[in-house]
Each structure stands twice: as structure tokens, then as C-alpha cells.
Design a protein around this ligand. Structure first.
Ligand code: ZN
Length: 262
């Protein structure tokens, strides 16, 4: 029987070592990727990782108290929020908000807006292309066009404007959910190649005018990337982190159930 993400959330809530052992083993590698992406220059600082883990572990701030047991992708999306909330973003020198960005990029299509949005999430064209199933060159061209459009509408511009404003734009987009916004399932269907043409058309139309959904879609793509080929921590490393967090060892039977080996 496989130990699921639902069970992990439930067990961490109840502060059982099984839950925390599973969390440490499977999600520290994901946290490292989140830090690598959103803590530029300090992503591989072991002290930063420890600080984030201790913040997650704290009973009063534990993310496990505030979320419902959920499928893995939902859980990882919450994890990203929790980890990035622990990071102090430097204030951008020049600011741009969602309204200004929307005005500047009004003529762009859904895919073009996604290519630009991944820039706010600090993904280079070479990383963005495969995630959107377009070429890196196309991403680069779209971003150059977007830069021209933005530069023509704002007072102060520089090349890193979008990346520097990424955290604030992301928060704004997440809060901008409207009545017609699409559910996560609609985006997952596209990501997994299940959507039909008509859905795709409707989605395209909606996303042209909705940054909330552009953001939601891009972040699900990102989560999907993180989970693809996610490698569990080696046992010795797992034990070291469990010690750091003050988690008792799971009994052999529990270990066997978590990892399928004694
Ligand atoms: Zn929407």
C-alpha cells in the first residue's frame, strides 16, 4: 500500500513521525528547488533551508494546520507559498503593477502572456520554452516585444523590471480571482494533454484578460516540473533533518510502509 500525500498531511497535523519522515524525504528536494528559483544567490545556503524547515515545523505556524489533506500538486503549491513567504524580497527600484502590465500587454495572446509571466517568476527563455512547449527563441522574441510595449507605457523601465516585481505581481494576481476564473483541473488537463480544442479556445479567451489565471496556470506548470523526476533524499540525510526538527524515528514497520523496505 502506498503512503499518500493525504496521509502525510493528516499525520503531520497529528505530529506523527511517519508524516514528518515522509515530508522530509520527499519534499526537502522540492524545497531546495523552490529556494533555487526564488532565493537568487542564496538558494543552496544550508542555513536558509534549515530556517525554512524550522518555520514549517513550528506548531503555531505549521502549514499543516491551515491546509486540508490534498493531492500532491495542491500540497506542493501550498508549500511554495509557505517557503516564499519566509523569504525577504528586496524592494524593486522601479515598480510595475498588474494593471499597468495588463494595459501594456493587452494585445498579447495567452501563450505570449505566459511567456512573459514566467519572466516574473525568474525563468530564463531556455527553461520557459519547454514548459510552454514552444522554442526558447520564441520566448525570447515575445519577451523583447513585451519589453518594448512596457517601456512605451511606463515612466521608469529596466531589463530586470519584471523579475524584480515578480513577488508583488504574483501576490496581486493570486488575489485577483474572479467569478469566471478556471479551476485547477482545466489547466491540469492541458498540462497532461487531455483538453479538447473547444476548452482550449475558451481558456485562451479568458486568459487573455485574466492575470489570475495566467499565474495559476504557470504555477501549476512549475509544480509539475518540480514533481517530475523528484528524487527522495538518501536515508542518512533524512535522519539528519529529522534530528534537526526533533522528530522521533519511525518504527521499522512504519518505515517499511513508507518506503517499501525494512
Ligand atoms: Zn481568471
Amino acid at each position: 500500500m502506498i503512503y499518500t500525500c493525504y496521509e502525510m498531511v493528516r499525520d503531520c497535523r497529528a505530529d506523527l513521525p511517519e508524516g514528518w519522515t515522509h515530508f522530509v524525504t520527499y519534499y526537502i528536494p522540492v524545497i531546495r528547488r523552490i529556494l533555487g528559483q526564488y532565493a537568487p544567490g542564496q538558494g543552496d545556503d544550508p542555513k536558509l533551508l534549515e530556517r525554512v524547515l524550522l518555520a514549517i515545523r513550528k506548531p503555531e505556524s505549521s502549514m499543516f494546520n491551515s491546509i486540508e489533506p490534498a493531492p500532491e500538486r495542491w500540497f506542493v503549491a501550498e508549500l511554495r507559498q509557505k517557503v516564499t513567504a519566509e523569504l525577504q524580497a528586496a524592494a524593486p527600484e522601479f515598480e510595475i503593477d498588474l494593471e499597468a502590465l495588463g494595459k501594456a500587454l493587452a494585445p498579447m495572446t495567452m501563450t505570449e502572456k505566459q511567456a512573459v509571466w514566467f519572466e516574473t517568476m525568474r525563468y530564463a527563455p531556455a527553461e520557459t520554452g519547454p514548459m510552454l512547449r514552444i522554442s526558447a527563441q520564441t520566448v525570447e522574441k515575445v519577451r523583447e516585444r513585451a519589453a518594448d510595449m512596457i517601456r512605451g507605457t511606463v515612466d521608469a523601465w529596466r531589463r530586470t523590471l519584471l523579475a524584480e516585481n515578480g513577488a508583488a505581481l504574483g501576490r496581486e494576481a493570486q488575489a485577483a480571482r474572479g467569478e469566471d476564473c478556471l479551476p485547477a483541473k482545466a489547466f491540469l488537463d492541458v498540462i497532461e494533454g487531455r483538453s479538447v480544442w473547444r476548452d482550449r479556445e475558451l481558456m485562451d479567451q479568458h486568459l487573455r484578460g485574466c492575470w489570475h489565471c495566467v499565474d495559476h496556470f504557470c504555477r501549476l506548470v512549475e509544480v509539475n516540473e518540480w514533481l517530475r523526476g523528484n528524487q527522495p533524499l538518501p536515508e542518512a540525510e533524512t535522519r539528519r533533518f529529522l534530528d534537526l526538527l526533533g522528530i522521533a524515528a519511525v518504527k521499522q514497520t512504519g518505515w517499511k510502509r513508507l518506503f517499501g523496505k525494512a
